[in-house]
Structures are given as structure tokens and as C-alpha cells.
Design a protein around this ligand. Structure first.
Ligand code: NAP
Length: 487
């Protein structure tokens, strides 16, 4: 074989005319990449591509004006010139202006177009911007990607920003080429399937904490409820019954009683769906039936519920540490000492109260320590570094310990106050009694599930055993029950 032919067989040109030339393993030392548009994204992308060893040609409507904004090593030229110079062309132009590029159609034929565009609002129906771009350039190979990476992340490099870049395309050669560029730039490309998935990718950067909405709403609702409940009991009741104005309690004391209430209920809400699911599996005798949708959603949101609860618990700890700094607390302390002197009481030591306080504080500190551990382990970077058994030990075993400690902390806070009729203001039970209902129920059901009569079948069900071990076959056109075969 002549030397020329041998070389041409090894070089990138694909035999199939319908495939784009693949830019990848056999690419030259400094491959050329073109970018249409000279805005923020284009400038950041240029910097990143240059740093990764690419030659960059930027296509601008006004190249002379735009050239000053780019590094000297990048070439800024007309859109047509840039489109003709590279096999891979990034379209860094807003989607509403995609159609203005239509005259570049011949120059972009059989080339890879990377659509980085984002819309301005979440769309539930297609076509996506990438699919529309593919309609404008039917002879090009459109790849959707990089839209989830900000210009800032491109500038700072993948070490500071997110490493993941989602890509979708119909043409596998085109997708592979962009995957290779992505890797060379130091990002982790994620294959997001065919171009029909572009709408989902375009909606990604526009969604605002979708998985946090319900847990945050639950936290807010609980906070408002408990705050109002405590306000009625601790501020309104003394005003109505004794004419005492205790409104000064609203910013610190009322908030500080509300926060642990919310934290404990949220923590119980993390473990409630687990015990419900176990009870359901026991009742059904199988793990192969789907849980109701609401239970599935609830279980999916456990991490967020737990982190919201942790935030409330941590804030409660800070508030509690600051309580003695307040003027009102210092006044109350002095007043109590003065009264003691007036009453000629020399020793005010109350053994029971001292023990209650010591135990109450200790349980609270331990609960917060365990909760911090749970919160840290739920971070993806930490969770990825522990195996499944370690993760489930921390989240389940230590999680129940945290729930137990928090419940104990609340019980010790309440002590025997539940029996004091003065605590039932406006006939409302003390807040801690209300708060304890859910965590105590969850802990009791969990304890019940540890009972061998329930724990054993549950373990077997989770290993795939089913109570209905026989299968019924109905013979065709026969309704009689005696013709049913049992296997
Ligand atoms: P930009 O700063 O406004 O740049 C857009 C560029 O489009 C302009 O500089 C202009 O360059 C070019 N263009 C071409 N035809 C145009 C026309 N008919 N009308 C107006 N401009 C035209 O916007 P950007 O922030 O770089 O965003 C560009 C694309 O990247 C958008 O689709 C955006 O959704 C996407 N994106 C941006 C970011 C980000 O962080 N900025 C992140 C992800 C995705 P010339 O005047 O030189 O032609």
C-alpha cells in the first residue's frame, strides 16, 4: 500500500458520508474549535479551551470590536470564517438569535454544533432550543451540553466549580467528540442520552432547589405553628390573665422554644416513613409491591428533612448559649438572688433540679453531636467514601440514637411539668408534650419491629421471601376454583 493511502486510512476522516469526523483519540496536537458569539460564555470558554491545548477561533458579527476582549492567542474573525475553520463549533448565542445564523448553513454542514443555550423559564413541552437549532441546521450534528456550566465555573476551572457536564445528542460520533473535548478540559462528561433529552437539560439550571421545596415548606409550617402556639401560651396568656406584658420574649425566648420543637418533629419525620414502610411490607408479606406515591416521595425527601431539622437544632444550641447574655436574664438572676436574701434562704441547692439540668444538657449535647455526624455523612463527597453498610449504620443506627437522645432531652426538659395543672394555659398542653407525640410513636414502633416475631419475617421479606409462596393458574374458560393448580 502506498504511504499516502496508509496515512489517509489512519487519519480522522470517516468512510460514512453521514457521520461527522470524530474528534477524539486521533486528534491533532492543537485541534481547532470554533465559538460563535463573543459574549461572557464565549470568553470563558475560550480561556478554558486555550488552557486545555485547543486552538480557538471566535466568530463574531463585529470581530474588530470583539477582538480586544479575547486573549491574543485566540483568533477573532467573522462568523463565516470561524464556522469554516473547525469541525466542532460551539454556539454561544442566545436561542432567540439562533435563526440569525441560518446563512452559515452550508459552512456548518456535516459539522458538530454544540448548543450551550439556556431558556429564560422552565418549559414542560418541547421542542427544546437544541432541537430547534437542529431544525435550522438539518445537515449539522447538534450536541446539547455545557449549559449547566456557568461562565464563572469555566473561568475558575472544574476544581472550584461543578465537574459534571451533561451532554445529549442523536449522533454517537458527534457525542463522543464533545465528550473527548469535555474530558480534556478537566470536566466529567455525563451522557444524557439522545437529543430529545435536551429539554430536561435546559430546565436543569433554571430549577430552584426542586427537592428542597416540600421539606422547607414543612419546616416553615411547623415553625409558624409552634411559634404561634408558644406565643399564645407564654406571651398572650400572662397578658390576658395577669396583665403582664412579656412581649420581650418574642425575639429570643419564644424562638428558642420553637426551634427544638421543629427540630425534633423534623427528625421524627425522617424516621417515620421507614417504620411505615416496614409495617406495610410486613402486612403485605412482600417487598415487591409498590409503596403508595406519597410514601415514596416522603422517603425520597428524608435527607432534606433531616438537614432542615439539623439547622433548627444547631440554631437552638446557639440561641441557648446566648440566653444568659441578655439583660432580662441578668435581671432575673439578680432578682432571684435578692429574693433569696430577703427570704433568708442560705442554701438554694435543689438536688432534683440540679440532676435534671445536668442530664437534660448532656442529652442535648449528645443529640447535637450525633445529628452533626448524620449531616456530614449525608454530604455526597463523604457519602461516596463510605460503603453501604457504613452509610446505613450512621444514617439508621446512629440516626435512631440521635432521635432517642433528642427525645430524652425533651423528656428531661419536661420532667414532671406535664402533671402540673398550671402548665395547661388556655387548656393547651405544654409544647413539649405536643412535640413528643410523633418521636415517641416512631421509637415505640421501631422497638416493636425489633421484636423477633416481627424482625425475623421482616428480614426474610427484605431478602426476597414472599408470604404468598404459591402461584395460582386459572385454566382457560374455566371459572371453577377446583381447577386451580397450586405450585
Ligand atoms: P452574551 O454575553 O449576551 O453573548 C451573546 C453573544 O451572542 C453576543 O456577544 C453576540 O456576539 C452573539 N450574537 C450572535 N448573534 C446575535 C444576535 N443576532 N443578537 C445578539 N447577539 C448575537 O451572552 P452569554 O452570557 O455569553 O450567553 C451566550 C449563550 O450561552 C446563551 O445561550 C446562554 O444561555 C448560554 N449560557 C451562558 C452562561 C453564562 O454563565 N453566561 C452559562 C450557560 C449557558 P457578537 O456580537 O460578537 O456576534
Amino acid at each position: 500500500m502506498p504511504a499516502d493511502e496508509m496515512r489517509s486510512a489512519l487519519i480522522r476522516k470517516d468512510d460514512d458520508d453521514n457521520e461527522p469526523p470524530e474528534v477524539g483519540a486521533s486528534e491533532p496536537e492543537t485541534p481547532v474549535v470554533a465559538i460563535l458569539g463573543s459574549g461572557d460564555f464565549s470568553r470563558s470558554l475560550t480561556g478554558r479551551l486555550l488552557a486545555s491545548g485547543y486552538q480557538v477561533v471566535v466568530g463574531s458579527r463585529t470581530p474588530k470590536r470583539s477582538a480586544a476582549l479575547f486573549p491574543r492567542s485566540a483568533e477573532v474573525t467573522s462568523q463565516l470564517e470561524a464556522a469554516s475553520r473547525a469541525e466542532v463549533v460551539f454556539v454561544a448565542v442566545f436561542p432567540e438569535h439562533h435563526s440569525t445564523l441560518s446563512e452559515l448553513r452550508p459552512a456548518l454542514a456535516r459539522k458538530i454544533l454544540v448548543d450551550v443555550s439556556n431558556g429564560s423559564r422552565i418549559e414542560s413541552d418541547g421542542p427544546s432550543h437544541a432541537e430547534r437549532l437542529a431544525d435550522v441546521f438539518p445537515e449539522s450534528f447538534v450536541v446539547k451540553g455545557f449549559n449547566t456550566v456557568s461562565a464563572w465555573a469555566l473561568q475558575t476551572g472544574p476544581r472550584d466549580g461543578s465537574r459534571q457536564v451533561f451532554l445529549c445528542a442523536d449522533n454517537p460520533h458527534a457525542k463522543r467528540s464533545v465528550l473527548a473535548i469535555c474530558r480534556r478540559m478537566g470536566f466529567s462528561p455525563v451522557d444524557a442520552g439522545p437529543l430529545s433529552g435536551a429539554l430536561q437539560l435546559e430546565n436543569l439550571p433554571l430549577s430552584l432547589f426542586p427537592s428542597w421545596r416540600k421539606p422547607v415548606l414543612a419546616t416553615a409550617i411547623l415553625f409558624v405553628f409552634f411559634y404561634l402556639y408558644n406565643f399564645v401560651r407564654d406571651v398572650l396568656h400572662p397578658l390576658v390573665t395577669g396583665g403582664r406584658s412579656l412581649f420581650y420574649k418574642m425575639p429570643v425566648e419564644t424562638v428558642n422554644v420553637t426551634l427544638p420543637s421543629v427540630a425534633l418533629v423534623m427528625l421524627a419525620l425522617v424516621y417515620a416513613p421507614g417504620v411505615m414502610a416496614a409495617a406495610l411490607q410486613l402486612w403485605r408479606g412482600t417487598k415487591y409491591s409498590r409503596f403508595p406515591g406519597w410514601l415514596d416521595q416522603w422517603m425520597d425527601g428524608r435527607k432534606q428533612l433531616g438537614l432542615c431539622g439539623f439547622l433548627c437544632a444547631a440554631t437552638h444550641a446557639v440561641y441557648s448559649l446566648c440566653l444568659p447574655m441578655r439583660q432580662s436574664a441578668r435581671y432575673k438572676l439578680l432578682n432571684a438572688a435578692y429574693k433569696q436574701v430577703q427570704d433568708h434562704v442560705e442554701v438554694a441547692w435543689n438536688e432534683e433540679q440540679v440532676w435534671r439540668m445536668e442530664l437534660y444538657l448532656s442529652a442535648g449535647i449528645l443529640a447535637l453531636g450525633l445529628l452533626s455526624l448524620l449531616a456530614v455523612t449525608s454530604l455526597p463527597s463523604v457519602a461516596n467514601n463510605v460503603n453501604w453498610r457504613e452509610f446505613s449504620f450512621v444514617q439508621s443506627t446512629l440516626g435512631y440514637c440521635a432521635l432517642f437522645m433528642s427525645t430524652l432531652h425533651t423528656l428531661l426538659f419536661g420532667w414532671n411539668r406535664a402533671l402540673d395543672p398550671n402548665q395547661y394555659r388556655f387548656c393547651l398542653p405544654p409544647t413539649f408534650l405536643l412535640v413528643l407525640v410523633l418521636p415517641v410513636s416512631v421509637l415505640l414502633v421501631r422497638l416493636l419491629l425489633l421484636w423477633p416475631c416481627l424482625a425475623h419475617p421482616l428480614r426474610r421479606i427484605r431478602r426476597g421471601w414472599e408470604r404468598r409462596s404459591h402461584v395460582r393458574f386459572n385454566l382457560p374458560n374455566d371459572d371453577r376454583s377446583d381447577n386451580v393448580s397450586h405450585v
